[in-house]
Design a protein around this ligand. Structure first.
Ligand code: DPN
Ligand code: CA
Ligand code: ZN
Length: 306
């Protein structure tokens, strides 16, 4: 418990959530799964995918946006053009907290054309959405300003996130104090990876430590991984913004030592359906989805000073 909350408790004062330091919430994984089922339904209704330039991507954006709008977020859709098609980033601001200290969290909402992209990256997208909705439900009044991004055209080379960062003035970049990325969190043969801060902007080590502490609080061992230019934090890192993230693994195979530590199958890919048609709502390990999503909440509540 944070000191303020403890003091108020012992002095017998009644306190509202807006005044107390909130413990990080336990995000109900069933709510995250419900979002994934919607993304699967959207893919089914739109030719089997949610890819850039295809109607399933825009329908995904509209689904997430409607939930956020109803919860009180200030949302906007930023458009860009790539490969002759319009792309979409969805940006959502929780309209409270010090605007000169912005904490950002994001992930990509587009899939590859081969399949519905439920683990890659419905999982991170749905987890971020449910954490955002939890902030609204709890009516959190954070010290810092919270902003979410759901990026388009990641699968074509980090296009949407790069477009967003390039669209910011240097003043707008300098107020962003952290960016945390969630791309693949429900891998069927899961790992519990935290992005390595090595080679990342100064300030990234604190984010790495925080994400590790979030898993440690749940008794889950972690490993560091160097994601490099393989996901959307890269554009933020290039702009000098401290970054981090979590990841449950893609095409690489789980080692025997990792299977000892995390369970699952040794010598099998973390996600055998990576970028395949079989990346459906059946391609999700619910325990992994639950743990990674709870860590999103743990890290964000701490970073924003909730
Ligand atoms: N960027 C992911 C993809 O969309 O294909 C895969 C990935 C995520 C790879 C994180 C490494 C680390
Ligand atoms: Ca949970
Ligand atoms: Zn991908």
């Amino acid at each position: 418990m944070k000191l303020l909350a403890a003091l108020l408790l012992v002095t017998g004062l009644t306190i509202s959530p807006a005044q107390a330091a909130l413990a990080a919430p336990d995000i109900p994984v069933a709510n995250v799964q419900a979002h994934l089922n919607e993304l699967q339904r959207i893919a089914n209704a739109n030719g089997g995918n949610r890819a850039h330039g295809r109607p399933g991507h825009k329908a995904s954006v509209d689904y997430v946006k409607a939930k956020l709008d109803a919860a009180g977020y200030q949302t906007r859709i930023q458009t860009f053009t790539n490969s002759g098609a319009t792309g979409y980033n969805l940006i959502a601001d929780w309209p409270f907290g010090d605007a000169s200290q912005v904490i950002m969290a994001g992930g990509h909402l587009d899939s590859v054309t081969r399949g519905p992209g439920i683990n890659d990256n419905g999982s991170g997208s749905a987890g971020l959405l449910e954490v955002a909705l939890t902030v609204a439900r709890q009516n959190v009044r954070p010290a810092k300003h919270l902003r979410f991004g759901w990026w388009g055209a990641e699968e074509l080379g980090l296009v949407g996130s790069t477009f967003y960062v390039n669209s910011l003035t240097s003043a707008q970049k300098s107020v962003i104090k952290a960016y945390v990325n969630f791309d693949m969190t429900g891998s069927p043969n899961p790992g519990y990876f935290v992005y390595s801060s090595s080679g990342q902007p100064s300030g990234s080590l604190a984010i790495e430590d925080l994400l590790e502490a979030g898993f440690a609080a749940k008794g889950v061992p972690t490993e560091l991984t160097s994601v490099g230019g393989r996901s959307d934090h890269a554009a933020f890192a290039r702009a000098g913004i401290p970054t981090g993230g979590t990841f449950s693994g893609a095409e690489v195979r789980k080692t025997a030592a990792q299977a000892q530590k995390w369970g699952g199958q040794a010598n099998v890919a973390f996600d055998r359906c990576y970028h395949q048609a079989c990346d459906t709502s059946g391609n999700i390990n619910v325990t992994s989805l639950d743990r990674h999503t709870d860590v999103i909440a743990y890290a964000l509540y701490s970073l924003i000073g909730a």
